[in-house]
Design a protein around this ligand. Structure first.
Ligand code: ADP
Length: 333
């Protein structure tokens, strides 16, 4: 028996038992939240139970989807903004080109108008000379008529203003400016352009008539460029009549209110435009003239379109060409 007891005691002593460590402290996440205990304050190795999954853990794929949609949308918006910026730059560049081209075109029109301008300047200058000579003669007499002298001086002043006005118009026509949109009365603008062309038409024995609309035609536009449209159309009409040598020699310009738009019509009694050319006349470099450049009508169309208007050409049933352009956006003057 004791032998047995001692062997049992020996084998018990040999039993290897794994040392039992302390259980890791466990904490309830909800209570920690309730009492505002931060995880960093817990002893190392603490286990947190009943932890609620974070929004990311709960909805990870939905969040990833929304984030990627927002990212893609952001990229698209960025691309569109860049596109818009580039389009704006291209528009500004094309407007600058148009302004430069229009400027060159105005110089060439001014070349055609030299005789006309010289004539317009000669008239007041001639009157000034005559009036000055008359005044000198009157002053030589012993009792000069002061009232008459005053009238003569008023005439001199008026003629001088007329001459300055011609120079002012010429300078404003030739000045190099970018598109400058403002409220203008189209009737006045057209009238001023026609003022330049009267002498040219007279010189070629062509009746240039102008019938403005009864009331003012207010439009938003660049007056110098709108005048250029009229100059180019009328010079073409005068050229067409002169080249064809038609019996009837008339160019008529009218302005009217057509619905919400202001309309300008330039009609002539020339030979008209060949049916096959009606579509091409506005194309750059299209010309049937030996010395033509073919840029006049292309510039006209670009200017009209820059004013959000339309221009078209047709042949009148009575013969001759008719150009009409419409500028929308009538503004009250
Ligand atoms: P260019 O005057 O240098 O030829 P435009 O662009 O002003 O250039 O005109 C293009 C062409 O359109 C002219 O060559 C002419 O054939 C035609 N055209 C323009 N206006 C008229 C018109 N009033 N009557 C007949 N043909 C015209």
């Amino acid at each position: 028996m004791p032998r047995f007891a001692s062997s049992a005691a020996r084998s018990r002593g040999n039993i290897k038992i794994e040392p039992i460590g302390f259980a890791s402290p466990k904490y309830d996440w909800r209570e920690m939240h309730r009492w505002g205990i931060s995880e960093s304050n817990l002893p190392p190795g603490s286990a947190i139970l009943f932890r609620e999954p974070s929004i990311w853990e709960k909805y990870n794929w939905q969040i990833a989807l929304i984030a990627s949609v927002i990212l893609i949308q952001g990229m698209l918006i960025g691309l569109l903004l860049d596109e818009r910026r580039r389009r704006r730059l291209a528009e500004v560049e094309s407007r600058q080109r148009l302004a430069e081209l229009a400027h060159v075109n105005r110089y060439s029109a001014a070349g055609e108008l030299t005789t006309s301008i010289a004539h317009e300047l000669n008239q007041p200058l001639g009157s000034i000379l005559t009036n000055t000579e008359t005044a000198e003669l009157m002053l030589k007499s012993c009792s000069p008529n002061l009232d008459e002298l005053k009238e003569i001086l008023a005439d001199i002043r008026r003629d001088d203003q007329r001459a300055s006005e011609v120079i002012r118009r010429l300078r404003s026509m030739l000045k190099k400016t970018p598109l400058e949109v403002r409220n203008v009365d189209l009737n006045e603008t057209v009238g001023e352009a026609i003022g330049f062309l009267n002498a040219l038409a007279d010189g070629r024995r062509i009746a240039l008539t102008y019938a403005p609309s009864a009331s003012a035609l207010g439009v938003k536009g660049d007056p110098v460029q709108l005048q250029q449209v009229i100059l180019n159309l009328i010079i073409n009409a005068i050229d067409a009549i002169s080249e064809a040598g038609t019996k009837e020699r008339e160019v008529s310009v009218t302005t009217a209110l057509s619905g919400p738009s202001a309309e300008i019509r330039v009609a002539d009694s020339g030979p008209g435009i060949a049916a096959g050319d009606l579509q091409s006349v506005f194309n750059p470099f299209f010309t049937t003239k030996p010395q033509g450049m073919g840029m006049g009508l292309a510039i006209v169309r670009t200017i009209v379109e820059a004013h959000r208007g339309k221009i078209s050409a047709e042949n009148k049933s009575s013969g001759g060409a008719l150009f009409h352009d419409q500028a929308p956006g009538r503004a009250l003057v």
